[in-house]
Design a protein around this ligand. Structure first.
Ligand SMILES: Nc1ncnc2c1ncn2[C@@H]1O[C@H](COP(=O)(O)OP(=O)(O)OP(=O)(O)O)[C@@H](O)[C@H]1O
Ligand SMILES: [Mg+2]
Length: 151
Protein backbone atom coordinates (compact mmCIF):
# COMPACT_ATOMS: atom_id res chain seq x y z
CA UNK A 1 0.00 0.00 0.00
CA UNK A 2 1.26 3.41 -1.03
CA UNK A 3 0.49 6.27 1.36
CA UNK A 4 0.90 10.02 1.28
CA UNK A 5 -0.16 12.69 3.73
CA UNK A 6 -1.05 16.25 2.85
CA UNK A 7 -2.25 18.99 5.19
CA UNK A 8 -4.64 21.73 4.10
CA UNK A 9 -5.15 24.99 5.97
CA UNK A 10 -8.55 26.00 4.58
CA UNK A 11 -11.64 24.40 3.02
CA UNK A 12 -10.70 26.15 -0.23
CA UNK A 13 -7.32 24.39 -0.20
CA UNK A 14 -9.04 21.03 0.23
CA UNK A 15 -11.27 21.84 -2.75
CA UNK A 16 -8.24 22.81 -4.87
CA UNK A 17 -6.41 19.61 -3.94
CA UNK A 18 -9.41 17.44 -4.88
CA UNK A 19 -9.90 19.40 -8.09
CA UNK A 20 -6.29 18.77 -9.07
CA UNK A 21 -6.62 15.08 -8.24
CA UNK A 22 -9.81 14.75 -10.29
CA UNK A 23 -8.04 15.74 -13.48
CA UNK A 24 -6.06 12.47 -13.33
CA UNK A 25 -9.01 10.16 -12.71
CA UNK A 26 -10.46 7.85 -15.33
CA UNK A 27 -13.92 6.29 -15.83
CA UNK A 28 -14.70 3.61 -13.27
CA UNK A 29 -12.45 5.03 -10.53
CA UNK A 30 -13.73 4.69 -6.96
CA UNK A 31 -12.66 7.05 -4.17
CA UNK A 32 -13.54 6.26 -0.58
CA UNK A 33 -13.65 8.97 2.06
CA UNK A 34 -13.32 8.35 5.76
CA UNK A 35 -13.21 10.81 8.62
CA UNK A 36 -15.34 12.12 11.47
CA UNK A 37 -18.42 14.33 11.18
CA UNK A 38 -17.33 17.67 9.76
CA UNK A 39 -13.87 16.43 8.77
CA UNK A 40 -14.28 17.68 5.21
CA UNK A 41 -15.50 14.69 3.16
CA UNK A 42 -18.24 16.64 1.37
CA UNK A 43 -15.86 19.55 0.86
CA UNK A 44 -13.40 17.16 -0.82
CA UNK A 45 -16.20 15.67 -2.96
CA UNK A 46 -17.13 19.18 -4.14
CA UNK A 47 -13.57 19.64 -5.37
CA UNK A 48 -13.71 16.35 -7.27
CA UNK A 49 -16.96 17.47 -8.92
CA UNK A 50 -15.40 20.78 -9.87
CA UNK A 51 -12.40 19.02 -11.40
CA UNK A 52 -14.73 16.79 -13.42
CA UNK A 53 -16.52 19.81 -14.83
CA UNK A 54 -19.77 19.34 -12.91
CA UNK A 55 -21.63 22.64 -13.05
CA UNK A 56 -24.53 21.93 -10.72
CA UNK A 57 -24.09 22.69 -7.02
CA UNK A 58 -22.96 19.60 -5.15
CA UNK A 59 -24.66 19.16 -1.78
CA UNK A 60 -24.42 16.41 0.78
CA UNK A 61 -26.37 13.28 -0.22
CA UNK A 62 -26.90 12.14 3.37
CA UNK A 63 -30.66 11.68 2.94
CA UNK A 64 -30.68 10.25 -0.57
CA UNK A 65 -27.49 8.15 -0.20
CA UNK A 66 -26.54 8.80 -3.82
CA UNK A 67 -26.67 11.77 -6.16
CA UNK A 68 -25.65 11.61 -9.80
CA UNK A 69 -24.19 14.55 -11.68
CA UNK A 70 -23.22 15.13 -15.28
CA UNK A 71 -19.68 16.25 -15.94
CA UNK A 72 -17.07 15.39 -18.54
CA UNK A 73 -17.76 11.95 -17.15
CA UNK A 74 -20.64 11.08 -14.76
CA UNK A 75 -20.03 11.75 -11.09
CA UNK A 76 -21.70 9.60 -8.42
CA UNK A 77 -21.60 11.15 -4.97
CA UNK A 78 -22.60 8.81 -2.15
CA UNK A 79 -22.94 9.21 1.58
CA UNK A 80 -23.61 5.85 3.17
CA UNK A 81 -23.71 7.11 6.76
CA UNK A 82 -27.30 5.89 7.09
CA UNK A 83 -26.26 2.35 6.11
CA UNK A 84 -24.23 1.78 9.26
CA UNK A 85 -25.55 -1.46 10.80
CA UNK A 86 -27.38 -2.33 7.60
CA UNK A 87 -26.33 -4.58 4.74
CA UNK A 88 -28.67 -3.03 2.21
CA UNK A 89 -27.28 -3.04 -1.33
CA UNK A 90 -28.57 0.01 -3.19
CA UNK A 91 -27.04 -1.27 -6.44
CA UNK A 92 -23.46 -0.44 -5.63
CA UNK A 93 -21.92 -2.54 -8.39
CA UNK A 94 -23.68 -0.44 -11.05
CA UNK A 95 -21.96 2.63 -9.69
CA UNK A 96 -18.60 1.02 -9.00
CA UNK A 97 -18.39 -0.74 -12.36
CA UNK A 98 -19.93 2.04 -14.40
CA UNK A 99 -18.40 4.72 -16.59
CA UNK A 100 -18.39 7.40 -13.94
CA UNK A 101 -16.29 8.42 -10.96
CA UNK A 102 -17.74 7.32 -7.61
CA UNK A 103 -16.93 9.11 -4.36
CA UNK A 104 -18.21 7.45 -1.18
CA UNK A 105 -18.43 9.22 2.18
CA UNK A 106 -18.36 6.91 5.23
CA UNK A 107 -17.17 4.11 2.96
CA UNK A 108 -16.20 1.93 5.94
CA UNK A 109 -19.94 1.24 6.44
CA UNK A 110 -20.20 -0.64 3.12
CA UNK A 111 -16.83 -2.40 3.27
CA UNK A 112 -18.29 -5.62 1.77
CA UNK A 113 -19.44 -3.84 -1.39
CA UNK A 114 -16.31 -1.85 -2.12
CA UNK A 115 -14.04 -2.82 -5.00
CA UNK A 116 -10.51 -3.84 -4.04
CA UNK A 117 -9.02 -1.31 -6.42
CA UNK A 118 -9.81 2.11 -4.99
CA UNK A 119 -8.23 5.24 -3.57
CA UNK A 120 -8.95 5.83 0.11
CA UNK A 121 -8.71 9.29 1.62
CA UNK A 122 -8.82 9.55 5.38
CA UNK A 123 -9.40 13.07 6.66
CA UNK A 124 -8.59 14.01 10.23
CA UNK A 125 -9.28 17.22 12.09
CA UNK A 126 -6.14 19.00 13.29
CA UNK A 127 -7.66 22.33 14.32
CA UNK A 128 -10.51 24.59 13.19
CA UNK A 129 -9.08 25.12 9.71
CA UNK A 130 -6.36 22.49 9.39
CA UNK A 131 -7.01 18.99 8.12
CA UNK A 132 -4.66 16.08 7.54
CA UNK A 133 -5.48 13.99 4.46
CA UNK A 134 -3.97 10.51 4.13
CA UNK A 135 -4.15 9.05 0.63
CA UNK A 136 -3.86 5.25 0.41
CA UNK A 137 -3.47 3.74 -3.04
CA UNK A 138 -3.94 0.04 -3.73
CA UNK A 139 -3.12 0.05 -7.44
CA UNK A 140 -0.44 1.43 -9.78
CA UNK A 141 -2.98 3.80 -11.28
CA UNK A 142 -3.88 5.37 -7.93
CA UNK A 143 -0.23 5.39 -6.86
CA UNK A 144 0.43 7.52 -9.91
CA UNK A 145 -2.59 9.75 -9.18
CA UNK A 146 -1.31 10.34 -5.64
CA UNK A 147 2.26 11.00 -6.78
CA UNK A 148 1.01 13.66 -9.19
CA UNK A 149 -0.40 15.67 -6.27
CA UNK A 150 1.77 18.59 -5.32
CA UNK A 151 0.15 19.20 -1.93
N1 LIG B 1 -8.92 22.52 5.70
C1 LIG B 1 -10.23 22.27 5.60
N2 LIG B 1 -10.67 21.31 4.74
C2 LIG B 1 -11.99 21.01 4.65
N3 LIG B 1 -12.96 21.60 5.36
C3 LIG B 1 -12.59 22.57 6.23
C4 LIG B 1 -11.22 22.93 6.38
N4 LIG B 1 -11.15 23.93 7.31
C5 LIG B 1 -12.40 24.16 7.71
N5 LIG B 1 -13.28 23.35 7.06
C6 LIG B 1 -14.73 23.34 7.30
O1 LIG B 1 -15.09 22.10 7.87
C7 LIG B 1 -16.39 21.71 7.43
C8 LIG B 1 -16.33 20.37 6.73
O2 LIG B 1 -17.65 19.98 6.46
P1 LIG B 1 -18.00 18.80 5.47
O3 LIG B 1 -19.47 18.83 5.27
O4 LIG B 1 -17.13 18.84 4.27
O5 LIG B 1 -17.60 17.53 6.37
P2 LIG B 1 -18.02 16.01 6.20
O6 LIG B 1 -16.82 15.22 6.54
O7 LIG B 1 -18.64 15.79 4.87
O8 LIG B 1 -19.12 15.84 7.36
P3 LIG B 1 -20.29 14.74 7.46
O9 LIG B 1 -19.69 13.57 8.16
O10 LIG B 1 -21.32 15.41 8.29
O11 LIG B 1 -20.77 14.40 6.08
C9 LIG B 1 -16.89 22.82 6.52
O12 LIG B 1 -17.66 23.73 7.25
C10 LIG B 1 -15.58 23.46 6.04
O13 LIG B 1 -15.73 24.82 5.68
MG1 LIG C 1 -20.50 14.97 4.28
Amino acid sequence: MHEQQIKTQTAQETIKLAEELATNLRPGDVLTLEGDLGAGKTTFAKGIAKGLGVERTVSSPTFTIVKEYEGEIPFYHMDVYRLENSDEDIGFSEYFNGDGIAVVEWAQFIEDYLPEDRLNINITYVDEHTRNLTFSATSKHFEWVVNELKG
